[in-house]
Design a protein around this ligand. Structure first.
Ligand SMILES: NC(=O)c1ccc[n+]([C@@H]2O[C@H](COP(=O)([O-])OP(=O)(O)OC[C@H]3O[C@@H](n4cnc5c(N)ncnc54)[C@H](OP(=O)(O)O)[C@@H]3O)[C@@H](O)[C@H]2O)c1
Length: 272
């Protein structure tokens, strides 16, 4: 009797597990900046949930290595370049016809104090983080199925006033505003548009920022202390939220933003 009960329990657990991992069966998903960090982890979670995934990136070798590790399709496109976006959309159209999930994730983080902001610094961050996001969504519009889900990867920096992040933060605040307007415009097609605002997450974005290693390590330790949960986020945990928003389970959610930040966006002035 006991053995039979245990077998039934294992069987039910397997079914339950399988159900949990089937959120995106039959869906075609595009993940921009999918060769590392949050994009990579999300592409992995999308695939584990049954989606066919196309990842993009700006560096051919990194894109093809990540795509073969993941079992995804890798396409090279600089998301800050509108011609590249056109080309990307044409390739996705040729190979897949339609898209169900668009994860607009590619981004860069280049800190600088206000007095050191140069025109190239401004243009580069705005081009990739904001202009690129706008034209990625716009150019994919004809391919998006009714009921498609668009998730824009923003940041709690849009709200925190953190020193040295003026342009990065502005690029993300602009993205959040764009998210709300796109959500209302696309609602008649039942296309949902949402934003995710992570707090600090351990990824390569900081080593690519141009800051020296000691400064990055010092920053990571200091910021971890400011997070009420006293931990940095992981790409995998951000991926879980994105997968939920991508799935039909989130059908009533659009024009919203989700902080996933260990509580850092709560005023930390009186926190230990
Ligand atoms: N990590 C955090 O603490 C944090 C917090 C809040 C929000 N975010 C946001 O999360 C997103 C992902 O960042 P991450 O932390 O996962 O960093 P990451 O590991 O550096 O991943 C960023 C991805 O975007 C790609 N990318 C950058 N510029 C691109 C361009 N012009 N065209 C195409 N691809 C481009 C990168 O390619 P390469 O490998 O060639 O650079 C990489 O694949 C970004 O939008 C970032 O702003 C991150």
């Amino acid at each position: 009797m006991f053995v039979f009960g245990t077998i039934v329990l294992i069987f039910e657990n397997q079914i339950f597990k399988r159900k949990k991992m089937n959120k995106l069966i039959g869906k075609v998903a595009v993940v921009t900046g999918g060769n590392s960090g949050i994009g990579y982890a999300t592409a992995k979670d999308f695939i584990a949930n049954g989606a066919t995934v196309i990842i993009t990136g700006r560096t051919a070798t990194k894109v093809s290595a990540a795509a073969s590790e993941l079992g995804a399709i890798g396409l090279v496109a600089d998301q800050g370049n509108v011609k590249d976006i056109d080309n990307l959309v044409a390739q996705v159209k040729d190979q897949f016809g339609k898209v169900d999930v668009l994860f607009v994730n590619a981004g860069i983080f280049n800190p600088a104090p206000v007095e050191a902001i140069s025109e190239p610094h401004f243009d580069n961050q705005m081009n990739i983080n904001f202009k690129g996001a706008v034209f990625t969504l716009q150019k994919f519009l004809p391919l998006l199925n009714e009921g498609a889900s668009v998730i824009n990867l923003s940041s709690v920096n849009a709200y925190t006033g953190m020193p040295n992040t003026a342009i990065y933060a502005a690029s993300k605040a602009a993205l959040n505003s764009f998210t709300r307007t796109a959500a209302t415009e696309l609602a008649p097609r039942k296309i949902r548009v949402n934003a995710v605002n992570p707090g600090p997450v351990a990824t390569e974005i900081f080593s690519k920022s141009g800051l020296p290693e000691e400064a990055i390590n010092g920053f990571a330790t200091a910021i971890q202390q400011r997070v009420p949960l006293k931990q940095l986020g992981t790409p995998e945990t951000i991926a879980k939220l994105v997968t939920f928003l991508a799935s039909d389970e989130a059908w009533f959610i659009t024009g919203s933003e989700y902080n996933i930040d260990g509580g850092i966006n709560v005023n930390p002035l009186l926190a230990n």
